[in-house]
Design a binder for this molecule. Sequence first.
Ligand code: FAD
Length: 312
Amino acid sequence: MSEVRDGGLNGALSDVLLTGSAPTRPRFSFEVFPARSGAAALALGNAVQHLAAAGPDFISVTYGANGSNRGASRDLVKYLRDHTDALPLAHLTTVGESRDAILEAIHGIMDTGVHDFLALRGDPPRGSDESDPAVAGSLSSLELVKLVAQARAERPAFTSVGRTSVAAYPNGHPLSRSRSEDLDWLVAKQEAGAQFAITQLFFRAEEYLEFVADGRGAGLTIPVLPGLMPVATAAQLRKVAELAGRPAPSELVREIEDAGGYAPELGVEHTTALARELLAGGAPSLHLYTFNRHERVLAVLRELELLAPVGV
Ligand code: FAD
């Protein structure tokens, strides 16, 4: 059995989680996804080394997006565990899986020495939708939070380590009918044992800040990490708008189009400005969707002076 690293999230985020105190210095974390080809895997290996060297609280790894690639997710969390100093956090989804299969997947990840999870219901697999009985009948994210707790209890040596996080939707989830339903559901996930939440992408600081403020009013006490992605292309911008459930700022759309559809520096500029507003508004940490590239997210952190200067 491999040694258990650290027992949870590092640094200031740990303080926030353990004591509820404000971090002395804003923290950050990253999201990556399993590579889809050998060449992409080589590039990802290089990217995660750079990301890990920046000293994040954790690097999260997406799981079975569209019902595929699950073994690859496990391999990637194990790679992070074995070959970097970063703490891996494994996404888990329930869609289309039996309770026993999910429990086995959780144990499989714990056996790699990884104990931190993001518990998700998951998107319907390609070619399926919410009306599919296999999707509708899946365990909820709430039940998954409880299943992770059960899996930890079944591995007594690890009961004191690892944290469970969940997703939050500042602009609402497509399944939700109202802000209050989203917040009630998030508070229910907290009551089931979730220790922090990570948000879906969004473009404007007030969307996060108002969501968190409303959440506090509804009994939400756990930290909510804003999810941000510095886009490089017009296609990525459209994808973020789809996930955010809101149109991208028209000026950013126009500027990227004027640059011929590729303008990584504009994505960095927009994300840096957004991050400044979020941190000023009280966000405890930034969760950066990397799109498996290190350059843009590290440029954002450098602009925010959250990275140690090179050579120090
Ligand atoms: P839930 O939180 O369970 O539900 C989403 C919303 O639906 C709730 O906020 C609530 O409004 C409503 N709802 C659901 N059930 C109820 C109920 N019983 N009562 C009232 N309201 C309810 N997908 C992947 O496939 N793989 C990934 O790795 C992945 N990573 C993600 C990471 C982050 C940070 C985020 C934000 C999303 C990620 N997703 C991923 C997408 C996610 O799986 C989808 O958005 C999915 O449709 C919902 O999953 P969830 O766990 O957020 O669902």
